[in-house]
Design a protein around this ligand. Structure first.
Ligand code: URA
Length: 435
């Protein structure tokens, strides 16, 4: 087999076989096929697309390119959740304990963040003492014991995806639905879950800017799951403004805790319940989404989900008292207000701009080497649809000191808000479901 023939076949709209895709991915991983040939192939895929079967073969070739996690010693149906990435997304910290309290084991591996705020792992590390590295035996034992563990990705998982993603990033081939779908799903499959629930974000703050593209991506990922025997459901949710109010690691942990107390923001709570309902059904603990939702609301109201969060924090070395006393989380010494310079109704809030603002304050990484400040970030005080008068506080900045950066961030945050003189109805958070 020769790479050049496969590039030509794809360029001409042909369908590559499992053996051909395995040849390309294995060859690329081993360094036997050079970057320029994989780039040419990726560009051919960008223009010609791939069918469902081809996408599934590519996914599996990447999933088996490195370590694969064997979750079989964990009892029950393991359901994983993945979000395509959004600003202020702290859902994993809520969904993990919530779903586990319904009897669905959650054995989750999460990433660190680059850009914007930290990833789930960074957020958890905002709790002093919290260990995000467990041995495989500790990880399995903890899930069997309390139903939940979340750790950082370790070892050498999906190296082919890492290498190909880095190549796509510099060859204008990221925005291809089959390539994104196979990239996301290869990681989930290697992480060992039996079933997968995806939160596909759509809107200005998301990878996919239109509902149509988001639905195509969701469909492609659900088809991969079906092809490879992992039940998959995808929800499409709005990212035309950040989720909840807090952006920044400790601020997001605090909001997650508030939500587990049953006093979280409406949008965040609704999304967590929706995603969790699918997880509980796929995990075999409810027969319908309605039944799952009732069960989840009981777990929230009774404090069972919060109790699960405390057990989880304690098991991973943190202080469970943080769940009742948010002052135990890192606190920024100074809170600055960003005031509106106009009257009106909030029409939109550019999520990416607020993510960037939080990052500039130190809540996220500009480079892999950056050190995160857990305490800093942005709290929105106004969201889409809210009426605002000149001088009202739009958001607060949690900072160490007032300086040139905080002045720049103040302007950015103010600039992220746009206004209408007419009342604005926020778009619905949940836009569609693909199963
Ligand atoms: N996220 C991924 O993991 N892969 C992509 O290709 C795009 C977004």
């Amino acid at each position: 087999m020769r790479a050049v023939d496969l590039i030509q076949k794809k360029r001409n709209g042909g369908v590559l076989t499992k053996d051909e895709l395995t040849f390309l991915i294995e060859g690329y991983s081993k360094g036997e096929i050079p970057d320029y040939q994989l780039s040419a192939w990726a560009m051919a895929v960008y223009f010609q697309g791939m069918n469902a079967e081809e996408t599934a073969h590519l996914t599996m070739a990447m999933a088996v390119s490195g370590d694969q996690v064997d979750l079989s010693p964990i009892h029950g149906i393991k359901v994983d959740k993945h979000s395509t990435g959004g600003v202020g997304d702290k859902t994993s910290l809520i969904i993990g304990p919530l779903v586990a309290s319904c009897g669905v084991p959650v054995a989750k591996m999460s990433g660190r963040g680059l850009g914007h705020t930290g990833g789930t792992i960074d957020k958890m590390e905002a709790m002093e003492g919290f260990r995000t590295e467990l041995t495989r035996d500790e990880f399995i034992a903890q899930v069997n014991d309390i139903g939940l563990a979340i750790i950082g990705q370790s070892g050498n998982m999906t190296p082919a995806d890492k290498k190909l993603y880095a190549l796509r990033d510099v060859t204008a081939t990221v925005e291809s639905i089959p390539l994104i779908a196979s990239s996301v799903m290869s990681k989930k499959i290697a992480a060992g879950a039996d079933a997968i629930v995806l939160d596909v974000k759509t809107g200005s703050g998301a990878f996919m800017k239109t509902l149509e593209d988001s639905e195509k991506l969701a469909q492609a990922m659900v088809e991969i799951g079906t092809e490879v025997g992992r039940k998959t459901a995808a929800l499409i949710s709005d990212m035309d403004q950040p989720l909840g109010y807090g952006i920044g690691n400790a601020l997001e942990v605090q909001e997650a805790i508030d939500t587990l107390h049953g006093r979280g923001p409406e949008d965040l709570t609704a999304l967590c319940i929706a995603l969790s309902s699918h997880m509980v059904v796929l995990g075999g603990q409810a027969n319908s989404l309605e039944e799952a939702e009732t069960m989840l609301r009981v777990k929230l109201e009774s404090g069972a989900a919060l109790a699960k969060f405390k057990a989880f924090v304690e098991a991973q070395g943190g202080n469970p008292a943080v769940a009742d006393d948010p002052s135990l989380l890192p606190q920024a010494p100074l809170v600055l207000e960003v005031k509106s310079t106009q009257d009106g109704y909030v029409q939109a809030i550019q999520a990416e701009e607020l993510g960037l603002a939080a990052m500039l304050l130190g809540a996220g990484r500009a480079t892999k080497e950056s050190v995160i400040d857990f305490a800093v970030g942005v709290t929105m005080k106004r969201k889409v649809g809210d009426k605002v008068s000149e001088g009202d506080t739009l958001a607060t900045l949690h900072v160490r000191e007032e300086n040139a950066t905080t002045r720049e961030v103040t302007e950015r945050v103010r600039g992220a808000y746009s206004f209408s003189s007419e009342p604005v109805k926020p778009s619905p958070l949940l836009l569609s479901v693909v199963t």
